[in-house]
Design a protein around this ligand. Sequence first.
Ligand code: ZN
Length: 510
Amino acid sequence: MEQKVIAQPLQVALDKFNALDEKISHYSSVIGLADWDSKVMAPKKGRSVFAKAIGTLRTEVFKMSVSQEMGELLTVLTSSEFEEQLDTVTKAKVREYRKYYQKSKTIPADLYQEYAILTGQANDAWEEARATNNFEFYLPFLERIIDFKRQFAEIYGYQEHPYDALLDEFEPGLTVNKLDPLFAKLRESSVNLLERIQKYGQPAPHHIFEQSYDVEKQKQFNRFFLPIIGFDMEAGRLDETVHPFAQTVNIGDVRLTTRYLAENVSSALFGTIHEAGHGIYEQNVNPAFGESVLQEGASFGIHESQSRFLENMVGRSKEFWRYFYPQLQSYFPEQLKNVSVEGFYRAVNTVKPSFIRVEADELTYNLHIMVRYEIEKALISGELEAKDLPVVWNQKMKEYLGITPSTDSEGVLQDVHWSFGGIGYFPSYSLGNLYAAQILRTIEKEIPDFYQHIENGKFDVIQEWLKDSIHQYGKLYTPNELIVRVTGEELNADYLVEYLEKKYSAVYGL
Ligand code: ZN
């Protein structure tokens, strides 16, 4: 171990900074637990007071993160005298807190207050508008949110495109200039592949899911496979919710949720595998980063790459089902008696354009993201106004997915994100797929019998690789640093394009 001689004032600042980091992390840990509880366990009548209590704790975390003490510590630690003496871990922590501190300080308090009130109202308006198919009702709220976001982009600052300022909140360092060519390539090839599947593809036996699958048995099967694919049940749990999610309390307590549908066994299966991808990531973070800002994943996009990798590249592979299908059949002998593993594999890889993003298949999912990305970019730059959204939305759906929503509820009103100001977030989902395919290419090189391990149910070899290459680092590296470290190059769309082409040509006999 290298031992640096550290000046006394620096050591004092470091001790204080680390103590503050740990305190913030402890608060966040309890907030995470409370959040989980409010969604999974809390009785209906207590929920609104519970939400207020969680809000109070969040405010405390916010205050600590932007406190005078934090400001002073960051000034000391980034001073020319001391910055070079910091180790990599401290530098990463400082990077994270500094970014948050600077952003929070640049928005005037009254502006932020106004925005917070607006998003609360906009969420109710959105729910009402979607339920009654009334875009006009939601429009004034949306216009104001976009107006705020345009202002925030100017305040945060950007080099080339105002949307860059919003992207950076979710995927640090990502810009429109980097993203446009990646998405353009993916969009063109996906639209083309989709057309070929619809014209020439052999239909997959998707009807096998439209039967009754006993929920208790589904629960047993999910609990059976979860530890096998690498989730440590002694460092986590699996529960039920309406909207599946993963919540980390700490590295030794990662909680997954899933949703069981009696009429569709695949919903819980792939929901659980997806959330397990998120959960395993956080269980595998280096324990030395526990109780600190670094215990989370590198970014939204990288996090999503780990869930998509496990769900799609592993969980929807033929080898995965060669191993698990006989087991699944033993749980549901009646429903699956006439379905071969090949048929099941093709059924879980069915491609069918639909209006609802969250239910989209692996191929058309990215096209949903493209629609939203292009619209958001144009809204923030001022090329598009909110009142024109329903028309533009439907045009893009037709152009990319070949279908036109019959109502705005089914179209422009379907996602909650914009109502809480979550503009800039959608690209993370497709980034996850892009990262995942690039990681797959590398892992196949480094573990040549990758798919053989899956077929043998030997997931530990794969999880060890992911842990060594990605998971252990938590938030130590920026997403770009991490992908270059792992795969030797910056993000490149070719890998996902080739993966989708190869996979669906086989599934659909193209
Ligand atoms: Zn996810």
